[in-house]
Design a protein around this ligand. Structure first.
Ligand SMILES: C[S@@+](CC[C@H](N)C(=O)[O-])C[C@H]1O[C@@H](n2cnc3c(N)ncnc32)[C@H](O)[C@@H]1O
Length: 304
């Protein structure tokens, strides 16, 4: 299998730092928000976020068809389990009040969130067993959010560069976890900056960009996968340890959180940044436009 864009199959069999990465995220960033996970692989992290932090909606995209099919199978299983639990859900407490021993009533009451008299809807039903523990740890109340997992998530086979921008941006949160190395090696500095521009245009003002990037030393191992990647590798000036500066100074993002660390022995403890788009944030394109506008203005002034 060729992994020229990092499209590892069974990636999470070897990547075992899920809890550590989830620990960096704050539920407030996602609660009731519209989110995009770029390069979601088979959707493990996307699904965990959808379950634990209850975004309004999260879309995972990946250019690899097989990975998106696996991600969709995960959702099918979750929907099937949910439907099964709905069938098995106990009757409302009020209807079993008279003839059920007290011990049974208490046990049932702790295993369902169904209200005593209301019709059973999706919000009131407990979901898959894995999601129960995750959702129990979340402090979000039922009323503060809309759809819940797996109705708040979808996957799409798409290359990030095919996404079309809408003016003003459409996402509150964009995740890009361990994807930049692949974009950088395949597209060089220009490809990477085009990617940052794309993120910017898709993000709402005040939206959050969560970026986990691979350090420079890990590029070397992958540079020979294609002649183009090798050529790009040798031309790269924008080293990963400068991404933070570029995004803060040149793009005008504001830093919310960062975790800086050396890679672990398994190679998976990577720096993560959470950055907020401000009204000062602008991409290369707008900067180039602004610069050329200002040159025009200067020339006009000189002519005057
Ligand atoms: C190393 S995996 C990381 C998966 C996941 N984000 C995580 O950190 O757990 C990189 C993923 O990015 C995807 N990818 C790389 N370039 C992409 C692009 N231009 N558009 C969409 N997906 C891309 C690959 O297919 C792969 O699944």
């Amino acid at each position: 299998m060729s992994v020229v864009k990092g499209n590892y199959h069974h990636y999470y069999n070897k990547r075992d730092d899920l809890e550590e990465r989830m620990g960096f995220f704050q539920s407030l960033w996602f609660e009731s928000k519209v989110c995009l996970d770029i390069g979601c692989n088979d959707g493990l992290i996307t699904a965990e976020i959808a379950q634990r932090y209850r975004p309004e909606f999260i879309t995972g995209i990946d250019f690899d068809k097989f990975l998106i099919e696996s991600a969709e199978s995960r959702l099918k299983r979750a929907r099937y389990n949910l439907a099964k639990e709905k069938v098995n859900i106990p009757l409302p407490i009020s209807s079993i009040n008279r003839f059920t021993p007290r011990s049974v009533k208490i046990k049932r009451a702790t295993h369902t969130t169904a209200p005593s008299n209301a019709a059973i809807d999706e919000k009131s039903v407990t979901t898959t067993s894995s999601s129960i523990s995750s959702m129990d740890s979340s402090p979000i109340s039922e009323s503060s959010c809309g759809r819940i997992y797996p109705e708040n998530i979808a996957f799409q086979k798409k290359d990030v560069f095919e996404l079309t921008e809408s003016s003003g941006g459409r996402y509150d949160v964009i995740l890009c976890l361990s994807v930049t190395k692949w974009i950088h090696l395949n597209g060089g500095d220009d490809g990477l900056l085009t990617f940052f521009d794309k993120v910017l245009s898709l993000l709402k003002v005040s939206g959050i960009f969560i970026l986990e990037y691979q350090p420079w030393k890990s590029y070397k191992k992958r540079k020979d996968l294609t002649p183009q990647m090798e050529e790009n590798y040798h031309k790269i000036h924008l080293l990963p340890n400068t991404f933070e500066q570029v995004l803060l100074v040149d793009y005008g993002f504001e830093l919310l959180e960062k975790r800086y660390s050396e890679e672990s022995a398994s190679g998976f403890r990577r720096p993560i940044l959470a950055l907020r788009k401000t009204d000062r944030t602008q991409g290369r394109t707008s900067k180039i436009e602004t610069e050329s506008n200002s040159i025009d203005c200067l020339e006009v002034q000189k002519n005057c």
